[in-house]
Design a protein around this ligand. Structure first.
Ligand code: UTP
Length: 219
C-alpha cells in the first residue's frame, strides 16, 4: 500500500513528539510505501505575522512558511531510521524514489496553499491508495471546534461537500483551516480516499492506515 501523510506543524514542537511520530512511521514503512509532508505550525504562523508586520506581501509570507515546513521536514528526517537525507522540493523527485523502503519527506513547494495541498498533489502524482491528514482535531467540522462549541463533526463527506465547506475559508499565508480549499479541489479531482484524523495519539496514525479510526473519511 502507498500512503501519503500530511502532518500538522504541531507535531514538530519538541523532540519527544517527533520521536513518537518517527517510531510509528518507521514501523509502517516495513509494510507500506510512505511519503510524508510536514507542516509549519506555530513557528510558521509567528514568522509570517512578523513578516506581515514588516510589510511583506502574502507571497513573501508564504515563502517564509515554506522555509519553516522544510525545517520541520529535516527534523523529522533526523528522527527517522531510514529516510532520504534531505527534504524533497519537488513532486517528481519525491515520486522517483518510490518502491524501496525509505521514507520520502518534504515540506512546502510553492506559494498560495498549505502543505495539505502539497500532500494531495503528491498523493495524486504517485497514485497513492490513501491520503491521511494528521491534525490536532479529530476530523472535519462544519465550523472551527476550538471556537464554536456546537460545531458538528462529519464522519463522512464527499469531496464535493468538502470543497463547498472549505471555499468559505479565507486563504491567507498562515491561515488556520483544517484542510485548505486548494487541497480540497485536488482531492475532488483525483478521487483519492482521504482521512482526517487526530494524531495527538500516534497510535491513531497506524489505525487510520488500517481503516480503524474515529476521524472523517472523504470519498
Ligand atoms: P502549513 O501547511 O503548515 O499550514 O504551512 P497549515 O496547514 O495551515 O498549518 P499546520 O502546520 O497544519 O498547523 C504554513 C504556511 O506556509 C505557506 C502558507 O502560508 C501556509 O499557511 N505554504 C506552505 C505555502 O505557501 N506553500 C506550501 O506549499 C506550503
Amino acid at each position: 500500500m502507498k500512503v501519503v501523510f500530511s502532518i500538522g506543524g504541531i507535531y514538530f514542537a519538541d523532540a519527544a513528539r517527533i520521536n513518537a511520530l518517527a517510531a510509528v512511521l518507521d514501523e509502517l514503512a516495513k509494510s507500506c510505501t510512505i511519503y510524508v509532508v510536514t507542516g509549519g505550525g506555530v513557528i510558521a504562523r509567528d514568522s509570517i505575522t512578523i513578516a506581515r508586520d514588516l510589510g511583506a506581501n502574502e507571497a513573501c509570507c508564504d515563502y517564509i512558511g515554506i522555509a519553516v515546513t522544510r525545517i520541520n521536514a529535516k527534523l523529522l528526517i533526523t528522527a527517522l531510521k531510514d529516510a532520504y537525507p534531505e527534504p524533497f522540493h519537488d513532486y517528481k523527485d519525491a515520486a522517483a524514489v518510490q518502491e524501496d523502503k525509505k521514507i520520502a519527506v518534504m515540506g512546502g513547494v510553492s506559494p498560495g496553499h498549505t502543505t495539505d495541498a502539497v500532500a494531495a498533489i503528491l498523493a495524486e502524482y504517485v497514485g497513492a491508495d490513501r491520503l491521511i491528514v494528521v491534525t490536532s482535531v479529530d476530523g472535519v467540522y462544519d465550523a472551527d471546534p476550538h471556537i464554536y462549541q456546537d460545531a458538528k463533526k462529519y464522519d463522512r463527506l464527499t469531496a464535493k461537500e468538502l470543497v463547498a465547506l472549505t471555499m468559505k475559508e479565507v486563504l491567507k499565508a498562515g491561515s488556520r483551516i483544517v484542510i485548505d480549499p486548494v487541497a480540497a479541489k485536488i482531492i475532488e479531482r483525483s478521487g483519492i480516499e482521504t482521512i482526517v484524523i487526530d494524531g495527538r495519539t500516534p497510535r491513531n496514525i497506524t489505525g487510520a492506515v488500517h481503516g480503524d479510526h474515529h476521524g472523517t473519511v472523504i470519498t
